[in-house]
Design a protein around this ligand. Structure first.
Ligand SMILES: NC(=O)c1ccc[n+]([C@@H]2O[C@H](COP(=O)([O-])OP(=O)(O)OC[C@H]3O[C@@H](n4cnc5c(N)ncnc54)[C@H](O)[C@@H]3O)[C@@H](O)[C@H]2O)c1
Ligand SMILES: O=P(O)(O)OC[C@H]1O[C@H](O[C@H]2[C@H](O)[C@@H](O)[C@@H](O)O[C@@H]2CO)[C@H](O)[C@@H](O)[C@@H]1O
Ligand SMILES: [Mn+2]
Length: 442
């Protein structure tokens, strides 16, 4: 089996150790000869890098490991770039969430004005990664899960149409793991799903087992009562309360269209008033993550580096992230695995904009994704998607043209925002907060 060279871009991410452990656990399926990290924050990456050096030495010393902030060193000689950068890091996420909330509007990482602000920061960062990859390793593939994936995907479609970048999201994986538990299946891979939408904005229309039996009725019965909460007691003890609320709220989202099963993120668009009422304007998800995941991961990494051993450390394999190995394997070994990817529509959803980036099942092989035909979608989903895709396209146009008006239009058009005047007030605050990251708007 050929061994591959992998670069993790965003080496300082809180997700990096879990992904490294997952890659090390899958070396039999996806052999790696070299693993490198790249980040533009040397100190942040070093903490994660020093700990990962220990993990790799313990588990797979044959894998050559390094980390760097030098693009040439990082991007030369690689086969895959796994990209998960967060331009502006958590302090900017906190502002994305808190500024809209000040105006009574949903404050969320990837949805509404917060997602738009994050998109305006991410576009330049991800394009830079694509350009480094094409310069130093022109045959490599980028597996991108940097958010907001919908806006990033539209930006690369529009500005780097021939680049080998595949955009993917783990939310459907997370939902499908829960569905498999509801159904009593060993693995989500025992289900074949039909799904369509935009990233963080989609619906399952059909789910079957390997024999072709319809699994939707049993799932609908559960979701109508409990949303995607699986074991009420276990979930409320082990899943963070804010995520548990999101899984539970899927019950109300489902009630709006009982022919499909929804992505959890639709709650932000369909129940924005509920979301705002249940938000703490002073302490948002960014604060939870900084006080929780970030402190934990960086604390554990420091301990591992100091001791030179991971014995007793509580960093775990991110099993959930095995979809990244599946995607890399699909390209490397032409497995033709069926996966949900964010790809140009080009008629797959036949009554929807062919230039939109849609999240749909694709067969993935060594030439990339072959999107599956979805056909016509119902009026409810079509109406919502037309509005949301216009938001995403306007953000990318605003970034390219440095247009204040287009960004104002984008925020106004978001279903989470009540009026153009509220949109303008939020935009003006976001411009001030993002002056180091956004292009200057005219
Ligand atoms: N697609 C998905 O479903 C999915 C799932 C989980 C996380 N994510 C995304 O993964 C990313 C990382 O998340 P996190 O919470 O671990 O964030 P994080 O802030 O811990 O890590 C991001 C890293 O990116 C680095 N970075 C920022 N801008 C950069 C640039 N221009 N070049 C190189 N490095 C840069 C930062 O220094 C930081 O170390 C985010 O975009 C997040 O939204 C996506
Ligand atoms: O608020 P965060 O930073 O914890 O999560 C934001 C990300 O949420 C989704 O990924 C989730 C996943 O779906 C969930 O089941 C759990 O396992 O954790 C993942 C990461 O936290 C979403 O798909 C991402 O795009 C978000 O960045
Ligand atoms: Mn996602």
């Amino acid at each position: 089996m050929k061994k591959y060279s992998v670069l993790v871009a965003g080496g300082g991410s809180t997700f990096t150790p879990g992904i490294v452990l997952m890659l090390l656990d899958n070396l039999d399926k996806f052999p790696i000869k070299e693993l490198k990290f790249y980040d533009n924050d040397a100190a942040r990456q070093e903490t994660i890098g020093k700990a990962c050096a220990v993990l790799i030495k313990e588990r797979a010393p044959e894998v050559v490991f390094s980390y760097t902030t030098d693009p040439r060193e990082a991007f030369s000689g690689v086969d895959f770039v796994m990209a998960h950068i967060r331009v502006g890091k958590y302090p900017m996420r906190e502002l994305d969430e808190k500024i809209p909330l000040k105006y009574g509007v949903v404050g969320q990482e990837t949805c509404g004005p917060g997602g738009i602000a994050y998109g305006m920061r991410s576009i330049g960062g991800v394009l830079e990664l694509v350009d480094y990859m094409e310069k130093y390793s022109p045959n490599a593939w980028m597996l991108n899960y940097s958010n907001p994936a919908a806006i990033v995907a539209e930006a690369t479609r529009s500005m780097r149409p021939n680049s080998k970048i595949l955009n993917i999201c783990d939310m459907p994986v997370g939902i499908e793991v829960r569905m498999a538990e509801i159904l009593g299946l060993e693995s989500r891979k025992e289900m074949t799903v039909k799904y369509y939408g935009l990233n963080h904005f989609g619906w399952y229309s059909d789910i079957r087992d390997q024999a072709g039996n319809d699994l939707m009725p049993k799932l609908k019965e559960h979701v109508a009562k409990y949303g995607y909460v699986v074991h009420k007691d276990i979930d409320s003890q082990h899943v963070e309360p804010s995520w548990n609320d999101t899984f539970a709220k899927a019950k109300d989202v489902f009630a709006l269209d009982t022919n499909t099963l929804p992505n959890t993120y639709l709650k932000y668009y369909l129940f924005p008033d509920y979301v705002v009422e249940h938000s703490d304007k002073e302490y948002t998800r960014a604060n939870e993550v900084m006080d929780g995941r970030e402190k934990h991961v960086f604390g554990e990494c420091r301990k591992i580096a100091e001791k030179g051993s991971s014995a007793g450390a509580s960093l775990h394999i991110d099993e959930h992230a095995s979809y990244i190995v599946d995607l890399a394997r699909a390209i490397a070994y032409n497995t033709k695995e069926r996966m949900l990817l964010i790809v140009p529509n080009q008629g797959s959803v036949s009554n929807f904009d062919p230039t939109a980036m849609v999240e749909i099942p694709c067969l993935v092989g060594n030439t990339g994704p072959e999107p599956m035909q979805i056909g016509k979608i119902p009026q409810f989903q079509l109406g919502l998607m037309n509005q949301q895709v216009a938001v995403e396209k306007l953000v990318v146009e605003a970034w390219m043209e440095k247009s204040y008006t287009k960004l104002w239009q984008a925020i106004t058009l978001s279903k989470t925002v009540p009026s153009a005047s509220v949109a303008k007030a939020i935009l003006d605050d976001l411009i001030a907060a993002n002056k180091d990251y956004w292009p200057e708007l005219n």
